[in-house]
Design a protein around this ligand. Structure first.
Ligand SMILES: [Zn+2]
Length: 261
């Protein structure tokens, strides 16, 4: 094993890194809709694992049973994680959005993140994977301290978090399949743009996180682009250029490593 690979395995808690590991993250889960079901069966038929970022305060009853069922049927293909609490924007107008950031005190952030965690644990118990995704990828140092204090194993924003001595594993989603404009509008990239963004990160190796929002799919062209992109990833997996993984794979690998140590 080369030194480079060893360093990666060390950093990612013992998960083998002989080829880049790709995780898919679908955020803003809470409401039941047809697009979710269409994509969920698409993933399941192709054995594509997906991390679902659930908004605790927006979780509807039917979605709870759908997620529970999906996890029971194939636990290796589904992770259920926490995406904020209410997904409200507290930032000043025209500034980068956040639910957790400068205008929220430590106590306010702690209360919200803890309430969300309580909901997730109550509803999903052992089916919940202790990972936190900050809405809009916004957060500050207080948020990171709270994530550590509450014992989350994984934090996932858009880039690595600037914090020394992290007790959690930091797994950013550096590839986004959606583009957001300052005026609040958004769009789904076309498949060429998706592949170009993915390739730019692929050459850096390691863990490649891909984030998307299925509820932003508005047209049949959007859906086609998403599916074509996922089909390309499946081809890459079959050609052994990448492999897919979930957050829970990292947690399991870490637990195994600590048990051996
Ligand atoms: Zn979100």
């Amino acid at each position: 094993m080369c030194v480079f690979t060893m360093r990666f395995e060390e950093r990612f808690g013992g998960v083998a890194m002989n080829r880049p590991l790709v995780f898919l993250r679908d955020d803003d889960i809470g409401t039941d809709d047809g697009i979710f079901f269409e994509l969920a069966s698409f993933y399941s038929e192709r054995h594509i694992p997906v991390v679902y970022g659930v908004i605790p305060d927006r979780l509807e009853l039917r979605m709870i049973s759908v997620l529970r069922k999906a996890k029971k049927i194939d636990p290796g293909l589904v992770d259920i994680v926490q995406h904020g609490f209410r997904h409200i924007n507290y930032a000043a107008p025209k500034l980068a959005k956040y639910e957790f950031g400068a205008r929220r005190t430590y106590a306010q952030q702690l209360q919200d993140i803890k309430s969300g965690l309580g909901i997730m644990r109550n509803i999903f118990s052992e089916d919940f994977t202790p990972a936190f995704i900050p809405p809009y990828h916004g957060y500050n140092q207080d948020t990171l301290k709270i994530i550590q204090e509450l014992g989350f194993s994984i934090f996932s924003a858009g880039q690595l978090a600037a914090l020394s001595g992290k007790a959690f594993l930091d797994l950013p989603a550096r590839v986004s399949l959606n583009e957001f404009q300052p005026d609040g509008s958004s769009r789904v990239l076309n498949v060429q743009e998706m592949m170009a963004t993915f390739r730019r990160v692929f050459v850096t190796g390691g863990v490649i996180g891909i984030v998307f929002h299925h509820h932003l799919i508005k047209t049949s062209a959007d859906m086609r682009a998403m599916k074509d992109f996922f089909r390309s990833l499946v081809r890459w997996r079959d050609e052994e250029k990448i492999r897919f993984g979930l957050f829970s794979d990292f947690i399991r690998a870490q637990a195994k490593k600590s048990a051996v140590a």
